[in-house]
Design a protein around this ligand. Sequence first.
Ligand SMILES: NC(=O)c1ccc[n+]([C@@H]2O[C@H](COP(=O)([O-])OP(=O)(O)OC[C@H]3O[C@@H](n4cnc5c(N)ncnc54)[C@H](OP(=O)(O)O)[C@@H]3O)[C@@H](O)[C@H]2O)c1
Length: 272
Amino acid sequence: MDYITLSNNMVMPKLGFGVFQTPDGKKTEDAVKWALEAGYRQIDTAMIYGNEGSVGKAMEESGVQREDIFLTTKLWNEDIRRGNTMQAFEDSLKRLRTDYLDLYLIHWPADGFEKAWIDMEKIYTSGKAKAIGVSNFQPRHLEAIEKIASNRPTVNQIESNPYFNNQDVIDYCNARGISVTVWSPLGGTGGNILEDAVLRELSEKYKKSPAQVVIKWHLQRDVVVIPKSLHQNRIIDNFNVFDFALSKEDMEQINKLNRNTRSGADPDTFDF
Ligand SMILES: NC(=O)c1ccc[n+]([C@@H]2O[C@H](COP(=O)([O-])OP(=O)(O)OC[C@H]3O[C@@H](n4cnc5c(N)ncnc54)[C@H](OP(=O)(O)O)[C@@H]3O)[C@@H](O)[C@H]2O)c1
C-alpha cells in the first residue's frame, strides 16, 4: 500500500474503496467486507449514498480494527443549506457505528458552505473528525474558504479520469498543500473509458487490466484514488496494482487522452 501525509500530518492510504451507487443492505456489506479482506484500508461513503448503515455493519463484522480503517463520509447539500452540519455529522457517526471519522468532507459547494466550514472546524477541534476537507470545490470556492478558515481543507475530492484529468485543479490544490482524492477514477458507472484503444494496448503491454492501468496512472500522479465495484474479482484486481510501474512515456500517453469531458456534475452549475 502507498500512503500520503495530509497537511495536518494524518496518514491516508492512497488507494481506497468507494461505495457510490452501492445499494444499502447485503450488496454494500459484501462489497465492503471483500474490500477489507483484499487489503483496502480506506472506505469512502456519503450520507446521500444511503449506505452508511451497511458500511458500519460491514466494518464491524469484518474483524479489521476500526483504528486500522481510514473512514470518510460527507455532509450533504441540504444539511449545508439548512445549517445542520453538527446534527448531520452526529447522525452519520451513529449510522456508521463509530465515534469518530478519519475525514469529513463538505460534499458540494452548496449555498452556505462557508458557515458549514466553520462548523466543520468545530468538529475537527472536538477530535471527532481527525481531518476535514471539501469535495467538488473549484479554486474560487477554496478562495472563499481561505478568507474565513482557521484551517485549510486537508483534502479536495474531485472528479478525475483519463478523459477529464482535471489537472489544473489538482495543481492548484497541491500548490496549497491540499491533497486531492479523485472520484469516478475509472470514468464512473456507465462510462466507456476502459474500452479506450490506448488503455487496451497498455493493458496488454503490462499484463494488467485497463482498470489496473488507470488506477496506477492515478497513483503515479500522486492523487488518492477510490474505485468502486460490486464484484469481488474486480475489487481484488483493482487493489492488485503495487507490483508494476508505468513508464514516463506511458504516463504521458494517458495524459494525452484528456478531452475535458466530465462524466459527472459540474461544480459551477450543479443544481441539486
Ligand atoms: N465526491 C463526489 O461528489 C463523488 C462523486 C462520485 C463518486 N464519488 C466517490 O468515488 C467513488 C468512485 O467513483 P464511481 O463509483 O463514480 O466510479 P468508478 O469507480 O470510476 O467506476 C465504477 C464503475 O466501474 C466499474 N468497474 C470497477 N472496477 C472495474 C474493473 N476492474 N473492470 C471493469 N469495470 C470496473 C464498476 O462496475 P461494477 O460495480 O459492476 O463492478 C462501475 O460501473 C464512488 O464510489 C464514491 O465513493 C464521489
